[in-house]
Unconditional design. Structure first.
Length: 418
């Protein structure tokens, strides 16, 4: 947004109405230097005898210039409380009055240079158009004054020279104001850009911390799901087999030995999955096959309850490792829940690979539960999160004595080339 041009004129220069608002101001010593130069030149002109010997006239001339100098020093304190545009207009009017007074009582003609300050200060206060317009107006006033006071002035070289020098001075002061305003505007933009960069750096630092914290939380959640789905399943199998071995130790030694062997095999599988998870965390190099993993999961059954059947349709080619892993973890968790909580006698696992999505259904004939009773434990929550993160859907249907049906649908990601 462009900064406002309204600024307060104080002490021979324009001060910003608010710090950092983008207002421009002339170099403060320009007007004071010009006042002193005109004062010294005019007084010397009169004292040296080149002008009229009128001490009162010289005193008024000098007094007007001293008043302008005082205005440079004290104007700021008197006008600070006023609105910037009103202050600028008021001070410009006071200056014009003093300029006219000094010019009337100046015998040397040097005071005409004071009017160069009118477009100079107006350029800073009100912009380029105001500065150029007032500069042309000052030139017109000078031509009018020459015409009214000196008939045929345009035929005299000194008047033409004065007019050309004044016009050249106007061009110089307007050009100087243009450069100064551009430089000050550039400095203001640079300061604003630096502040914005500092703020952006602060926000980026804060966002980086939030992203790191979120990433850590997501990784912890993922590890918790993996531990629950993988190790929880194997530990459940081990627990069931050890209970079976303990129960059959005296009645059927062979059955107890088979249960112990199955428990040891489940422990080995758990250890292999832990090692595989560590390797996967370091580098995803091994291709994951869902059909092989599910066949191994079903094949690890102890031959007792529940009886697990597997049905696969379609091809898993084209599905990513993340999608296949999510389906596998859902099947693993569904089987674990059927064994641990459902006391099911039969569990069926079916996977259908389609062109756009894959669908997993785990059905058991166990005791079931009421989903509305708040039994959506960590395992079901993990399945929901996995499906949601991959843009899929999760559904569980169960009831007391009617078993449980878990359905997970995962969309197939389209690989982009290029």
């Amino acid at each position: 947004m462009a900064p406002s041009r309204a600024a307060s004129v104080t002490g021979g220069h324009l001060r910003a109405g608010r710090r950092g608002s983008g207002f421009a101001w002339p170099v403060p010593w320009v007007s004071s230097t010009l006042y002193v130069s005109v004062l010294v030149g005019g007084v010397y002109y009169d004292v040296a005898g080149a002008g009229q010997d009128e001490p009162a006239r010289t005193a008024v001339f000098a007094g007007g210039l001293v008043a302008l100098l005082v205005l440079d020093v004290t104007g700021r304190h008197r006008l600070d409380a006023r609105p910037p545009a009103r202050s600028a207009l008021a001070l410009l009017a006071v200056r014009l009055g003093l300029f006219a007074l000094v010019t009337v009582f100046d015998g040397s003609g040097l005071s005409r240079a004071l009017f160069l300050l009118v477009p100079f200060t107006a350029y800073f206060a009100f912009g380029r158009r105001a500065g150029v317009t007032l500069g042309v107006a000052c030139l017109g006033v000078l031509v009018t004054a020459f015409t009214l006071t000196t008939p045929g002035w345009y035929t005299r070289a000194e008047y033409i020279s004065d007019l050309l020098m004044f016009a050249l001075g106007l061009v110089l002061v307007v050009s100087t104001a243009e450069v100064a305003v551009g430089e000050q505007a550039g400095r203001t933009r640079l300061e604003l850009t630096l502040r914005e960069l500092e703020e952006s750096h602060r926000l980026l630092t804060a966002y980086a911390g939030q992203v790191a914290e979120l990433s850590t939380t997501m990784e912890r959640t993922r590890l918790a799901r993996d531990i629950h789905d993988s190790l929880g399943h194997h530990l459940t199998v081990i627990s069931i087999q050890l209970e079976k071995a303990s129960a059959f130790r005296d009645l059927d030694g062979a059955a107890a030995d088979r249960a112990l062997a199955d428990a040891r095999r489940a422990a080995r599988h758990a250890l292999e999955e832990v090692r595989g998870a560590v390797r996967a965390a370091r580098a995803q190099t091994r291709h994951f096959s869902l059909s092989e993993a599910l066949a191994e999961l079903v094949g690890n059954d102890d031959g007792g309850r529940p009886v697990v059947t597997l049905e696969l349709t379609g091809r898993e080619d084209g599905y990513g490792a993340a999608e296949l892993a999510a389906l596998y973890r859902a099947a693993q968790e569904g089987l674990t829940n059927a064994r641990r909580h459902g006391d099911a006698s039969h569990v069926s696992i079916s996977v259908a690979f389609g062109e756009s999505s894959a669908r997993l259904v785990v059905t058991d004939d166990g005791e079931g539960f009421s989903p509305s009773a708040g039994r959506d434990g960590f395992g079901l929550l993990g399945m929901r999160e996995r499906a949601r993160l991959l843009g899929g859907a999760f559904d569980v249907r169960s009831g007391r004595g009617t078993g449980t049906v878990v359905t997970v649908t995962i969309p197939r990601r389209v690989e982009t080339v290029g």
